[in-house]
Design a protein around this ligand. Sequence first.
Ligand code: G16
Length: 544
Amino acid sequence: MDIRIVSTQPFPDQKPGTSGLRKSVPIFQTPHYLENFVQSIFDTIGNPAGQTLVLGGDGRYYNREAIQIILKMAAANGFARVKVGYGGILSTPATSCVIRKYKTVGGIILSASHNPGGPTGDFGVKFNTDNGGPAPEKVTEAIYARSKEIREYKILDAADIDLDHLGESRLGNTVIEVIDSVQDYAALLETLFDFDRIQQLLSRSDFRMCFDAMHAVTGPYAHALLERRLGAPAGTVHNGTPLPDFGGSHPDPNLVYAHDLVEILFGENAPAFGAASDGDGDRNMILGNHFFVTPSDSLAILAANATLVPGYRDGLAGVARSMPTSQAVDRVAAKLGLDCYETPTGWKFFGNLMDAGKVTLCGEESFGTGSNHVREKDGLWAVLFWLNILAVRQQSVADIVREHWQTYGRNYYSRHDYEGIDSDRANTLITNLRAKVGHLAGQSLGRYQVEYADDFSYTDPIDGSVSTQQGVRLGFSDGSRMVFRLSGTGTQGATLRLYLESYEPDPHKQDRDPQVALADLIAIADEVAQIRSLTGMDKPTVIT
Ligand code: G16
């Protein structure tokens, strides 16, 4: 076996963000950059001998090259087996499923999620631990610490593996198994949902749906599940071939970037149901005929209707949402007598709660919903969940959401993103806010009375770990809120996220445009944080 020990120097910037290490492709192509980070992961795992690693990515530019490098490094580091997705493809939820099913030591997912791809686009490396979930902070901190002292990495000199044939081959003593990317995941979803009923729904002449895979990883999964297994007509899945540059678009399923789908669902003769997923298949957007379901409402509605779905028939252990996500699900939890947990942004914070059996469903405002079937958010799972509810309730998406608001009240919600702002200015804005919040409680801002103002801090109820400075939040006496935080997933400058929420119990006032319903709060947020003057931008770049 030809193992090469390569001398290297640490890179100072390999601190994982909200979801793994994300940088531009040229940075990842810098000699030793990818290798240093991967070796830091392997060194943190400890003894790889006898262990199995799962490996795959979302098909973005540099995916195949990176996979060949990581396979050779895994072999040189002594892993017994690597399960790698066919063609290098594995969605994030499918990776989580495979890690759990085969009880592997963990997995590496190559993705920068919803960030654009291509030669100058973004690339990313995420490490998931043996529970199938994103590495918790103590692990990512250990990987980062290792990356700052690394002096060498190991790699095997060998020919590339053929990723386009299923089956086993060897790299040194390591078995490389090219696995079907879809099979294990599809089998898992089939245990959760009533496929017969969904099949009947999809065969109805008055029910049409449309799924936009955005030229990203969910294409093969959606073709297999929706069209081949559940019988939706061919053509239901749009943009179903993963492309290295996602067809030049931004694989982010929201009203701005999934505009083709939005036009179809808001156009003439629109289908009854529309959905999209992101680069690596963990996010989802749900649309009805001329209707958008906010991710926060979607989580609440899935929780309220969970017992209609076979996998959740016996009820939920509890629910969780990230702090900036609207409190719609809290109202469902209160009514159903469920515990409801509030965590910082980042799916990694849900893992302990799920492992401890405290929650079944989780969700985030950033178009992520999921359950304890895996330890990642799961785009197609959310689509099938909605289809199962539609099949049982035989109502439109809009009617289901409106009925939900009538029962629980509506949490008007919106997120305003200011992207690509100068990092120093963004940090100044947050620092100023932190200095201010201590004095705001009890004050009036416009017609609102500030009930609490703080920088969110979270103590994990399972392992006691503490995460501080997770977002500045102002809560008002009528239940309204605003939250300010900087994104941990961007790669250029800084992105300020402003999250706004107000509660409307009166069914006669629930059909307003959220931007109008939230207008006073939007003005107050600008005044409190001096957003326009500090960012130099007079409006957000993306509103969801
Ligand atoms: C990641 C995380 C999510 C988070 C989102 C946005 O999603 O997994 O938990 O909500 O980023 O994070 P930020 O506001 O820090 O940019 P994904 O789909 O990018 O992996």
